[in-house]
Structures are given as C-alpha cells and as structure tokens.
Design a protein around this ligand. Structure first.
Ligand SMILES: [Fe+2]
Length: 275
C-alpha cells in the first residue's frame, strides 16, 4: 500500500531543505502537489479505483523531485543546459546512472545529502517501482516508446496530462520573464519562429529542437492542448482558463501580434470542435 501521509511528510521534509521563498523552488513545490491532485482526478475519470488512485497521486507528487537539486546546482530549469530533470529524478529515487541524466551542464556535480532520497523513503512497498519509474523517466520526453505495456502507458499518460495542465497555471501565475529567463524587452519584441507556428497549425506539440525565441516557449505551452489524452484533463484545462490568458499575450512587435491573432483563432476553433 501507499501511505499518503508518510509520503507527503517525507516530501515536505525534502523540499524544506530548499529555499521555498525562491519563486523557482516555490513553484515546483506547488506544482508537485497540484499535479498529484490532477493526476488522481484524471485517474478516477477513466475508471481507476483504490490503490491505482494512490499510484497516480504518488507519481504526481514525485515526478519533479529532480527539479530541486537541478535548481540548486545549476540555478536553471533548462534541461539542455543542465540535466534532464526526469532522468535526474530517476537517479535520485531509483539510482539510475547519473551520467545518463547529464545534458549541457557540468557532469562533475555533487548532490547534497539532503537531496538524496531513495524511493523506499517515500513508499515502503517495492511493487509499484516499475510503474513509478517508467512514468517519471518518460514524463518530459517529446515522444515515448510506443511499445510500452498498457498499464505503464496509462500511468505515464495520466502524469503527462496532469503535468501539462498545471504547467499552464505556472506560466500564467509566474511572470513570463521569470519562467523563460528573458528580459521584458526581448519577450515583447521577439517573433514566433515559423517552424514553431507550423507545428501548432499541424496540431502537434512543439518540438523543443526548433525553439529559437522567447515567445516560442509561449506557443510551445499553448500547443500542449494537442497532446492531451484524456477528456477529464481537457475539461480541467478549460475550466482553469489559463490557456486563454496565455494566448492573450501582447507584444510590442506587430508581426508577433498578428501571429498571436492567428493562434487564437486556430486554437479557439480547435476547442470548439473538441466539444
Ligand atoms: Fe517535470
């Protein structure tokens, strides 16, 4: 069984070692709780019950555990400049190779003692390890292996949905300059890269490798809607309304404003069809 009280307590202890007043850390803490909550709702909506709801919730709680040490060590959430935070989380929880997690950042890193926390400290029973590991490992990949067994895929998709739904909140509640690490001037003058716009009109999620400008990030987050798997996730996403706020972005650059006009029209039509 999964003891939610125990897991929550250990998680709180863990994040208390970081500066929760730092907006970056604070947002990852609240993100973890929110994703857990949304994941459980989505799991329920597809008919999962009992222990399966605990698993979905626990995966949500732990999925970004790698973010805290990533931020402490590299002072960034940009994986390509530091570590792949999903693999890094698997290193912390399951002892996966650290080398595999390193991306652009220095590989000569030392994880703080308080940053080490094996999965057994959160969940005594090891029977969920495979499911949890799989979901965390693949949660932020652009695409995941299609041949995964159905149960693993279900929990992974629940997590990916819940994560996307809540990232939209984070992007609206936190100043975009902070989220994307750019100056206001740049944010207000950049244009959307044509390939990124093309991705959106093809109804596919933005491929990170095409991202060039700060506003590409906004379009990337808007494009999340095309990847949402479960109707309940879509329902929560619409109900929250953050998507609409994100789309209301106003630039000082007329070209960008016209790009966003097109985006709003396209996305609103898409959401209409979805009903
Ligand atoms: Fe993540």
């Amino acid at each position: 069984m999964i003891d939610r009280t125990k897991l929550t307590k250990r998680f709180k202890d863990y994040i208390n070692h970081y500066d929760l007043k730092d907006p970056k850390i604070g947002l990852k803490a609240s993100h973890s709780y929110r994703v857990a909550e949304i994941a459980e709702k989505v799991a329920k909506s597809i008919g999962l019950t009992g222990e399966d709801l605990d698993i979905a919730w626990a995966i949500g709680m732990l999925h970004d555990i790698g973010r805290f040490e990533q931020c402490r060590i590299y002072d960034t959430f940009i994986d390509s400049e530091s570590v792949d935070h999903a693999r890094f989380g698997c290193h912390i929880l399951f002892g996966d190779s650290l080398k595999e997690a390193i991306r652009g950042g220095n590989e000569d890193i030392e994880i703080a003692d308080y940053g080490k926390a094996g999965i057994r400290e959160f969940i005594e029973d090891d029977k969920y390890d495979d499911l949890i590991h799989n979901a965390i490992y693949y949660h932020s990949d652009y695409r995941f292996p299609e041949d995964m067994d159905q149960r693993k895929k279900t929990f992974l998709q629940i997590l990916r949905d819940a994560d996307k739904v809540d990232i939209l909140r984070v992007n609206v509640e936190t100043p975009l300059e902070e989220v994307y690490n750019v100056s206001t001037k740049k944010l207000k003058s950049d244009q959307v890269t044509p390939k990124i716009l093309e991705n959106l009109f093809e109804k596919t999620a933005t491929n990170r490798k095409y991202k060039e400008t700060s506003v590409d990030n906004i379009v990337g987050h808007i494009s999340f809607i095309f990847e949402i798997v479960y109707p309940e996730s879509m329902r929560i996403l619409k109900e929250q309304g953050y998507l609409y706020k994100l789309m209301a972005f106003e630039s000082d650059n007329p070209v960008t404003n016209s790009q966003f006009d097109q985006i709003r029209k396209f996305v609103n039509d898409y959401l209409e069809e979805e009903k």
